[in-house]
Design a protein around this ligand. Structure first.
Ligand SMILES: [Cu+2]
Length: 461
């Protein structure tokens, strides 16, 4: 739900004192604040050149106003609360009430004016990642402009010269401000027919970001270099990420930007896609090849497209398995193959709530409801129609349905598989594997050889 918040607190009082006229207040577009982490419906352009709008998963597009042919936006850099998934909320910095900030959508050739108000406790700027623009509008604090001090508003203005997918983020105390969630996406639609840009039926935006939030706490650690524990699509983790709901045979475009500190191989099940664009713009058709995974490196954007011609529920996720899980439980030691019989009861006499984890792998964690500290999410979680999904982090599902109406982005529920198309249990005889047969008349020795190593103490090298 959008809620309009007055930019100047107490504006009524000021107006009564006739210090600020209505005309002066109207000089800035009122910033629109988003309070929900739900996916908002596409913003069909009310004016300007028409285009097929994007859908930002668990996000929204910034409204604008036309002022003498200029598209005016107002971004407010401010502390925000962001729900990562039900059960966990983080205190971040973002724009207009959320992290990531609203997606900005314009058309090639549009003159764009963006007011940026700083409500953070420290200075900031916005860099318009990937845009062609006058150097002084590039948003690098100290290099191309003075920083925007707390409480001040700066104006950026340029023409969106080339179509494509871009990002925006501060270029001021960058490590801190990006670790706190300050970033957003920018889409410039082509002005007309473009030889390298097809018309897409569904066009999704996903910004990859990462956080290090200790279980039980609310604010990210801002000095973490690589060891983040929450890997997010648009500052959400599975099972809090909305699904990509599409109609069968739709041409689906997914724009993926990476503002984390590592690369993410993004994998889509059941279909092949092509990379149709990068930060540099649309890729020439002759340069494209089919893929099912594409690596999105740090600071990069990859725009992928597929024809969703296979009905079903298709996983879409980062292929680094540690990025498809959440924060809680990473410090469990590897216990596969360790026989705990007889030990567990003894431990439970001392620690009554002690649970054995990982003796047979870690899948138990997906099923089990572990007691958790406040405000965190289990490492492996989520329920599907057949049981625990054992996922987290950068994981969602593309739901392809023949009866999904054009323009309908609502969740159709789980897929009803046609009879005989689901993997099933074999109930017949299972022959012994050939390797167990005696070779040359001798059976392999019974029992397992063990190599015992003393545990090395941490740091003792
Ligand atoms: Cu990843």
């Amino acid at each position: 739900m959008n809620s309009r918040r007055h930019f100047l607190a107490g504006a009524g009082l000021l107006a009564a004192a006739s210090a600020v006229s209505r005309v002066a207040l109207a000089a800035l577009p009122e910033p629109v604040i988003q309070t929900s982490a739900d996916t908002q419906p596409p913003l069909v352009p009310p004016d300007g050149r028409p285009y097929n709008p994007v859908v930002t998963l668990n996000g929204w597009t910034a409204p604008w106003r036309m002022n003498n042919g200029v598209k005016e936006f107002h971004l407010v850099a401010e502390p925000v609360e962001r729900e990562f998934a039900p059960g966990m909320t983080a205190r971040l910095w973002g724009y207009n009430g959320q992290s990531p900030g609203p997606t900005i959508e314009v058309v090639e050739g549009d003159r764009v004016r963006i007011f940026v108000t700083n409500r953070l406790p420290e200075h900031t700027t916005i860099h318009w990642h990937g845009q062609r623009l006058p150097s002084g509008m590039d948003g690098v604090g100290g290099l191309t402009q003075p920083h925007i001090p707390p409480g001040k508003t700066f104006v950026y203005e340029f023409v969106a010269r080339r179509p494509g997918t871009f990002m925006y983020h501060p270029h001021a105390d960058e490590m801190v401000q990006m670790a706190m969630g300050m970033m957003g996406m920018w889409v410039t639609h082509p002005r007309g027919r473009h030889p390298a840009i097809e018309r897409a039926d569904r066009d999704f935006c996903i910004l990859l970001n990462a956080y290090d939030i200790e279980p039980g706490s609310y604010t990210p650690r801002v000095n973490t270099m690589l060891d983040f524990n929450l890997w997010t699509f648009n500052s959400r983790v599975f099972p809090g990420i909305d699904t990509l709901n599409v109609r069968r045979n739709d041409r689906v475009r997914i724009r993926i930007g990476n503002l984390t500190m590592t690369n993410h191989p993004i994998h889509v099940h059941g279909h092949e896609f092509e990379v149709t664009g990068t930060d540099g713009g649309p890729t020439p058709k002759g340069s494209r090849w089919p893929e099912v995974t594409t690596d999105v490196a740090v600071g990069q954007m990859r725009q992928i497209e597929l024809v969703a011609d296979e009905e079903g529920d298709w996983a879409m996720h980062c292929h680094k398995s540690h990025h498809a899980m959440n924060a809680m439980g990473h410090d469990v030691p590897t216990m596969i193959g360790v026989d705990h019989r007889g030990v567990i009861e003894k431990i439970q006499k001392l620690v009554p709530e002690y649970m054995l984890m990982g003796e047979r792998g870690m899948a138990d964690m997906g099923e089990m409801e572990m007691p958790l500290p406040d405000n965190t999410l289990p490492m492996m979680t989520g329920q599907g129609p057949f049981g625990a999904l054992e996922m987290g982090g950068m994981f969602t599902v593309m739901k392809v349905r023949r009866d999904q109406k054009p323009g309908d982005y609502s969740d159709p529920g789980w897929f009803s598989h046609p009879a005989g198309t689901v993997a099933y249990e074999w109930t017949g005889e299972v022959p012994e594997p050939a390797r167990d047969q005696p070779v040359g008349g001798t059976r392999p020795k019974q029992g397992i050889e063990l190599e015992v190593r003393k545990p090395r103490r941490h740091g003792a090298h």
